[in-house]
Ligand binder design. Sequence first.
Ligand code: NDP
Ligand code: 8X3
Length: 249
Amino acid sequence: MPFTFLVSGASAGFGAAIARRAVADGHRVIAAARRRERLEELHQELGDRLLPLVLDVTDGPAVARLPGSLPAGWQEVDVLVNNAGLAKGMDPAPQAALANWDTMVATNVTGLMHLTRAILPGMVARDRGHIINIGSVAGHNAYPGGNVYGASKAFVAQFSLGLRADLNGTNVHVTDLQPGLVGETEFSMVRLGDAQRAAAIYAGTTPLKPEDIAEAVVWIVGLPARMNINRLEMMPTCQAPGGTVIKRR
Ligand code: NDP
Ligand code: 8X3
């Protein structure tokens, strides 16, 4: 059955890949992000089964107005992919810029929370829907410089479980999708602001691709309605859970 998706952060990376895959599979996609021109390009590429929507998830009033302001025929969102998110900086906590911390919390935590709150009542009223939150392995594996980014993804993990607790008995599904290292996105460039440092993150690795995340998303939404995937952790085979670090003097 074709669904109407709302994908936040659809102008690049995972979000664009999810939009492409969903449209290829016969679904319709409301593609939301801040960069209008990127969304227009995606619209040109994918046609009228994609609705470009300029939206900053940190703009609380705009997010709250969203359900009523969608065009006729696009108001019933079946699948919300809370993907818009970012890391800013990788400095240790004593040196980190507070502005970067605030941006991560505003986007990864508050933005995700507000968009969920805006879309969820409609799903509950229709007794169907999927919320797929893009978390991260950083939400449960601490690493130096991951401080607020990791904490924001820990919020996503616990919020996802809390939502399911509230929605227990309904056909509204909630999944926290937790990828590890994924290349071919703007993530590390946005985080580090330096092409060389960003490229070094992936040197000598074969990371996951945005298409792999899209594959997981369409698998989740295609499962029988009785099933809920609470969390799904994915890593490339060049990465594995690590454990703690010891500092030797
Ligand atoms: P990208 O930087 O490639 O894409 C991020 C997207 O989020 C862009 O489309 C950007 O669009 C959008 N975005 C950022 N801020 C806002 C905002 N305030 N309002 C609306 N849209 C916004 O990153 P990825 O695709 O790699 O990351 C997607 C998600 O996956 C993030 O939540 C990230 O934390 C998570 N993740 C990434 C991993 C990786 O290794 N790449 C691994 C695990 C999780 P625009 O600038 O146009 O608004
Ligand atoms: C992105 C993965 O390990 O760079 O969420 O934090 S990591």
